[in-house]
Design a binder for this molecule. Structure first.
Ligand code: IMP
Ligand code: MG
Length: 180
């Protein structure tokens, strides 16, 4: 029998079991190990909340010296603008001249990651690459290259392994998809 879980008003079923996620994480870690072997101590920058589980598994497979830091995109409060304006919180210490690998749970339209990359560029890092657990190619509409994609999916809504539905489901070890 297929396992169905309920999160608020929606039902979800398993789409990607934990073993498959682990294989995809190992494959992307291997590429990063190869590409960054010669670079000076890169910084893995996890975007909270969704990336915490991916980053913790990914980093155990990284073979070069590294630093880990977490940032969060927060909405400005009390602005007169559209309300879509975001600020980046959690940057402490200088990242000027450093190699940054942004770690995301999922890149969908690309709105958040584009914003994130633009704000980080202001700090003059040596390089910025994006590593995402999930990429939705049919939805992505930005120019920022997403060089490390552990898995690609369609436009379906998923939860688990850090990803949430109304803050629920982040602790699940498998990836679940919403039942239509
Ligand atoms: P974007 O700005 O459209 O790329 O959206 C990115 C954000 O939307 C992610 O960081 C997630 O918080 C959320 N998101 C997009 N698709 C999903 C999904 O399938 N499950 C859970 N969250 C999602
Ligand atoms: Mg997110």
């Amino acid at each position: 029998m297929e396992k169905i879980i309920q999160l608020n008003d929606r039902r979800f079923k398993v789409m990607i079991p934990a073993e498959k996620i682990d294989e995809a994480v190992a494959a992307v870690a291997e590429r990063i190990n190869r590409d960054y072997a010669e670079r000076q101590t890169p910084i893995f920058m996890g975007v909270l909340n969704g990336s915490f589980m991916f980053l913790s598994d990914l980093i155990k497979k990284i073979e070069f010296n590294n630093e880990i830091s977490f940032v969060k995109l927060a909405s400005y409060e009390g602005t007169t603008s559209t309300g879509a304006v975001k600020k980046l919180i959690g940057i402490n210490g200088s990242i000027e001249g450093r190699h940054i690998i942004i770690v995301e749970d999922i890149v969908d339209t690309g709105e958040s990651i584009q914003h994130m990359v633009e704000m980080l560029q202001a700090y003059n890092p040596a390089s910025i690459e994006v590593c995402t657990l999930f990429f939705k190619p049919n939805s992505y509409s930005k120019q920022i290259p997403i060089n490390y994609r552990a898995m690609e999916i369609g436009n379906e809504f998923i939860v688990g392994y850090g990803l949430d539905y109304d803050q629920l489901g982040r602790s699940l070890k498998d990836i679940y998809v919403v039942c239509e």
